[in-house]
Design a protein around this ligand. Structure first.
Ligand code: DX5
Ligand code: ZN
Length: 214
């Protein structure tokens, strides 16, 4: 069954603790936390104080998605929160292999993220070292964007690479996910979906989460 990681980027930040508690009570599998630095992406989100507050409110493991220039600095900011995953962008890291080893040495599961333009071959030689590949199906920076269709083909290609190099590697998709494209995503090989505006924008969030757990 697909696991769901609602992105708190679409939550009501004036009521953040309750928003996080509610999606956990409604049965989400992870809480997806988007950290943006205003440099790698044209948006700025949250730092350690707020992520710590999210972690305290959450009964589910955190899935931290870094969209930043200085990855190691940010890993060090969040390492004491014991997240399940920390993912960083391949486009923004000179030494991805070294950073993956570092994240794993902290007892955190390393994940690598690809922007929409990035070819799956760019991660082929580090696939054995990660626990998850995060495929961006929108340009990183904002919630509520339209799903980029070519992401389906990319997931299939990554799935094939994983079968050759690391069959246990999970595939996560982030951006524009909803009940309309979930079936196609499952067929393509996705294990975890991130959903922000779809879950938080739904009148019935429990139903929205369940509609993705297919
Ligand atoms: C975008 C973020 C996403 C975003 C997803 O940079 O990484 O996690 O919040 O939002 P939706 O599901 O609304 O596309
Ligand atoms: Zn994200």
């Amino acid at each position: 069954m697909i696991k769901v990681a609602p992105s708190v980027l679409s939550a009501d930040f004036g009521n953040l603790a309750n928003e996080v508690k509610s999606i956990c009570d409604f049965g989400c599998d992870f809480v997806h936390v988007d950290v943006m630095d205003g440099h790698f992406v044209p948006n700025l989100t949250i730092g350690p104080l707020v992520v710590d507050a999210i972690n305290k409110a959450s009964t589910k493991p955190l899935d931290i998605h870094l969209m930043v220039e200085n990855n190691t600095f940010f890993v060090d900011l969040f390492k004491n929160l014991n997240p399940e995953f920390i993912s960083f962008h391949i486009e923004e890291e000179k030494h991805p292999h070294r950073l993956i080893q570092y994240i794993r040495s902290l007892g955190i599961r390393p994940a690598i993220t690809l922007n929409p333009h990035t070819h799956p071959s760019s991660i082929e030689y580090i696939l054995e070292d990660v626990d998850m590949v995060l495929v961006m199906s929108v340009n990183p920076g904002f919630g509520g964007q339209k799903f980029i269709e070519s992401s389906i083909k990319k997931i299939k290609e990554i799935k094939e690479l994983c079968q050759k190099r690391n069959p246990k590697c999970l595939i996560e998709i982030d951006g524009g996910v909803n009940d309309k494209n979930i079936k196609e995503l499952k067929e393509a090989g996705v294990d975890i979906v991130v959903a922000g505006s779809y879950v938080f924008g739904s009148e019935n969030r429990e139903k929205a989460i369940k509609s993705l757990q297919i």
